[in-house]
Design a protein around this ligand. Structure first.
Ligand code: GLC
Length: 503
């Protein structure tokens, strides 16, 4: 792969706990992932991003990191992680890991030292009086320790925020980056990347964070082809672009696209804004339809309101499964054709719906508990994958996965879908193969096609047409390479996308 592989890569997101279970304890692990690397290769992934794999009490699915240089024993060992990296590289798959610099775990050595000794508290945010900030997961952002002081946690109380005014915190993360780059990791996804610094009045997007990333860039650049990817939920495009300046992060997730309703004008606006914003700094855009924090597209696109608001999962809202499925297929081909990088969240390629009827007592996401149950949380998009067979656990491994899978997923297993040429899985497989030849990094030229249709041609000469209107529209001339739904008489039905090689 080229030095700038990340500019157009298709990156598959593995939520390890729910991907594949190699040792039968009901929780996905490195052994399970290793056994499924050929599946990801055949799918057409260029890289794999793994959610945190470190030792963790799992108060927030591993985003409460107790040791940044180890592997959670439930997932495997450090030696096994190194084997995974080597095996992935043999298949020409890059490995991206998650680094969580905003907060730690109350189980970390540093926090335990801070609890034991008030003189060791400067690595975190301890104060004599709590402020009035609310946690992003609901409830107060300050928790009191037995001696009376309070510490800040923008997320769960088990996730104390680091103090980035302390140089030791900087040194620690620089060392953590080197630790993993030395082991062959090809990139890091930076969790909550805009939150690091705080003032007494603000906790997001403070200017000193850019010095951190400038420094991290010099570290990444001292290795070959390593990439820094930001998780930035920033509505202000100018502020967002600052993180992608040539001496900072390489790319960031496009949450505007992910949150956008299935509406042609809105989508076109977001696509144009994305392209313009990224062009100002020369960074490639990315296209993201889902991840482990958001409602699955098949469910979201079947609702009357097809947008997604962070923290705003809406269980119980009626969703038309057929409509959602058709739109999710059309959205997949649209996202694959756009210029830049692509993210695919595990299960998206199987067209899995959000599981909305999990028993409340099994819900593990702190968002659910901290909202007093008003927010169902994110467990519904984290249910273990169905691989094969006719009944749960559908080849996931072990007799009982950590979250139960719906019986109806028998039709959605990877095995069943491989055998069905029209399945979502085969759409993704063909789409990602063609994407490598026809799309990825580059530019697009819009074609005039009315306001309910998104149509553009890419540098390769291949045209993408997505019909978001209520009526079929005629296709342009050219050979159809792939379509998300059945075409009749060269008409593109509603909620369908087609790719054509135009003459
Ligand atoms: C990010 C992660 C999310 C996690 C949060 C706190 O938004 O994607 O899963 O809960 O950060 O670490």
């Amino acid at each position: 792969m080229s030095k700038t592989w990340w500019r157009g890569a298709a990156i598959y997101q593995v939520y390890l706990r729910s991907f594949a279970d190699g040792n039968g304890d009901g929780v996905g692990d490195l052994a399970g992932l290793r056994s499924r690397l050929p599946y990801l290769k055949d799918l057409g992934a260029d890289a794999i991003w793994l959610n945190p794999w470190y030792p963790s009490p799992m108060a927030d699915g591993g985003y409460d990191v107790a040791d940044y240089r180890g592997i959670e024993p439930v997932f495997g060992t450090l030696a096994e992680a190194e084997t995974l990296i080597a095996e992935a590289h043999e298949l020409d798959l890059k490995i991206i890991i998650d680094v969580v610099p905003n907060h730690s775990s109350t189980a970390s050595d540093w926090f335990q030292q801070a609890l034991a000794d008030p003189a060791a508290r400067d690595r975190f945010w301890f104060r004599d009086e709590p402020g009035d900030w609310q946690s992003i997961f609901g409830g107060p952002a300050w928790t009191q320790v037995p001696d009376g002081q309070w510490y800040l946690h923008l997320f769960a109380p088990e996730q104390p925020d680091f103090n980035w005014d302390n140089p030791e915190v900087h040194r620690e993360f620089e060392d953590v980056l080197r630790f993993w780059f030395d082991r062959g990791v090809d990139g890091v996804r930076i969790d909550s990347a805009a939150l690091l610094h705080k003032s007494d009045t603000a906790w997001e997007d403070l200017d000193p964070v850019h010095d951190v990333y400038r420094h991290w860039r010099t570290i990444a650049d001292s290795y070959e082809d390593r990439v820094l990817i930001g998780e930035l939920w920033l509505p202000d495009q100018e502020r967002f672009a600052r993180y992608l300046r040539p001496d900072e992060l390489h790319t960031a997730f496009n949450f505007d696209f992910l949150s956008c309703p299935w509406d042609p004008e809105e989508l076109r606006r977001v696509i144009d804004l994305t392209l313009t914003t990224h062009a100002t700094v020369g960074a490639p855009p990315t296209w993201v339809l889902s991840n482990h924090d958001v409602t699955r597209p098949v469910t979201r696109y079947g609702r009357a309101d097809t947008s997604f608001a962070h923290g705003g999962a809406l269980h119980g809202t009626p969703s038309d499964p057929e409509l959602g499925y058709r739109r999710a297929r059309a959205a997949a081909l649209l996202a694959m054709a756009l210029p830049g990088g692509l993210y695919v969240y595990q299960g998206e390629e199987l067209g899995l719906p959000e599981v909305e009827d999990l028993p409340d007592e099994l819900r593990q996401d702190p968002m659910y508990a901290r909202s007093g149950g008003t927010n169902p949380g994110r467990d519904g998009c984290r249910v273990p994958l169905p691989w094969s067979g006719d009944e749960p656990p559908f080849g996931f491994g072990g007799p009982s996965p950590w979250l139960p899978q719906p019986e109806s997923w028998r039709k959605l297993t990877a095995e069943a879908q491989l055998a069905d040429l029209d399945s979502m899985l085969n759409l993704y497989r063909t789409g990602l193969r063609l994407r490598r030849e026809c799309f990825g990094d580059g530019t697009l030229a819009w074609l005039p096609y009315g306001d309910r249709v998104l149509a553009f041609t890419r540098d390769s000469g291949v045209t993408c047409v997505a019909n978001l209107g209520p009526d079929p529209v005629p296709l342009p001339d050219g050979a159809v390479l792939l379509a998300s739904g059945r075409l009749e008489d060269r008409l593109l039905p509603p909620d369908t996308t087609a790719w054509l090689r135009t003459p």
